[in-house]
Design a binder for this molecule. Structure first.
Ligand SMILES: *Cc1c(COP(=O)(O)O)cnc(C)c1O
Length: 371
């Protein structure tokens, strides 16, 4: 048997990620692979760091991309900041908060869960009550933009509460980065992780992270070794940091990083604030079109993410069949519901390059045709 080269179909990706990758980024990734210790490559890595600092709105030195998807960025934050016996308060309002709990427990930590309904933002009052009840907690973790529901939480308020009670913070910004306002330094977020494949519109496989001086100090003060060799920041920073003397740690995914570099240059050229405005405008256009079709949103208007629109499946409509027809007849991918929301909702992503007037119209017309 002879297997031929793989040629993927051309789709329009309007699900929860990966989002549409522009030709400009795909072309950047097709450039020649060079050595990962080549001075030209190291110069590009330094630029990625500068561009990530811009996108995160931070001056944090410890800002780089983990060589693996968003889930690895999550794990990187937890394995470095949680030591056995540490008490961590996790605010959960969807799927990804549950993964945070898994991470804490696997680090030997003690996870205290604060639950909110799926589709709601995290309630700051519940967090405050948990902080009062657990004065020995050392960390607070929550998801800024819950991709499983489309709800956005008030990161600034949650971080301030955590600090008031002496806790550091880990924030999941996988879906929020560059899609919605996120001010790492101004909000004093201690550790944050994101992903390349959502609003950055680069292919999956990289996870931008950033740690402030307080988080770095906690990592330096650890009494036990980080359980993961690959994600141990003390080792990784020898690779990303340390001007001129970059030591081999692992082989960077060279061409994938070309893609991230190009994605960040695109964000810089558009301007971060303009990108936020664009995401918001296209969300409003999609919302109006869906409402005209009688379709309603899971999340109350105030807490809605512009880049991830979770809508109720109209009554009597076959969830899987509609998504399958959108894919086969229109080459359009939208997302299904996760966990408790499976079969009840669809998730329409307007992320990064995919957040355009053209995509809004295409999605509305395709949905109308199929329904
Ligand atoms: C997508 C996502 C992740 C995981 O990222 P991967 O790149 O799929 O590993 C984590 N958290 C949130 C909120 C996400 O949307």
């Amino acid at each position: 048997m002879t297997i031929a080269s793989f040629h993927p179909p051309r789709r329009t990706l309007m699900g929860p990620g990966p989002s549409d990758v522009s030709d400009r980024i795909l072309q950047a990734m097709a450039r020649p692979t060079i050595g990962h210790l080549d001075p030209a490559f190291i110069g590009m890595m330094d630029e990625i760091k500068t561009l990530l600092q811009y996108a995160f709105k931070t001056k944090n030195e410890l800002t780089f991309a983990v060589s693996a998807p968003g889930s690895a960025g999550m794990e990187c934050c937890f394995v470095n900041l949680v030591e056995p016996g540490d008490k961590v308060i996790i605010c959960q309002n969807g799927v990804f908060g549950g993964r945070m709990q898994e991470n804490v427990e696997r680090c030997g930590g003690n996870a205290v869960m604060v639950q909110d309904a799926w589709g709601s933002a995290v309630d700051p009052e519940k967090l405050e009550a948990a902080l009062v009840k657990n004065p020995d907690a050392v960390l607070v973790a929550f998801v800024h933009a819950e991709t499983s529901t489309g709800a956005q939480s008030d990161a600034k308020t949650l971080v301030a509460l955590a600090h008031k009670h002496g806790c550091l913070t880990i924030v999941d910004a996988v879906t929020s980065l560059t899609g919605t306002p996120l001010l790492v330094d101004e909000w004093e977020i201690d550790a944050i992780y994101s992903g390349s494949q959502k609003c950055l519109s680069a292919p999956p496989g990289l996870s931008p992270v950033s740690f402030n001086a307080r988080a770095a100090e906690k990592i330096r003060q650890r009494s036990s070794k980080v359980q993961s060799w690959f994600l141990d920041l003390n080792l990784v920073m020898g690779y990303w940091g340390g001007e001129g003397r970059r030591a081999y740690h692992h082989t960077a995914p060279v061409n994938c990083l070309y893609g991230l570099h190009e994605a960040l240059v695109i964000v810089q050229d558009e301007g971060l604030e303009n990108a936020w405005v664009r995401h918001h405008k296209n969300h409003l256009a999609l919302r109006d079109g869906l409402q005209e079709m009688g379709i309603s949103f899971l999340v109350p208007e105030r807490d809605r993410l512009p880049q991830l629109n979770t809508i109720y499946i109209p009554e009597g409509v076959d969830d899987a069949l509609v998504r399958q027809r959108l894919l086969t007849e229109f080459d359009l991918e939208i997302g299904s519901g996760l966990g408790a929301l499976a079969g009840k909702v669809w998730r329409i992503g307007l992320m990064g390059h995919g957040s355009s007037e053209k995509n809004v119209a295409f999605c509305l017309n395709s949905l109308k045709a199929v329904l």
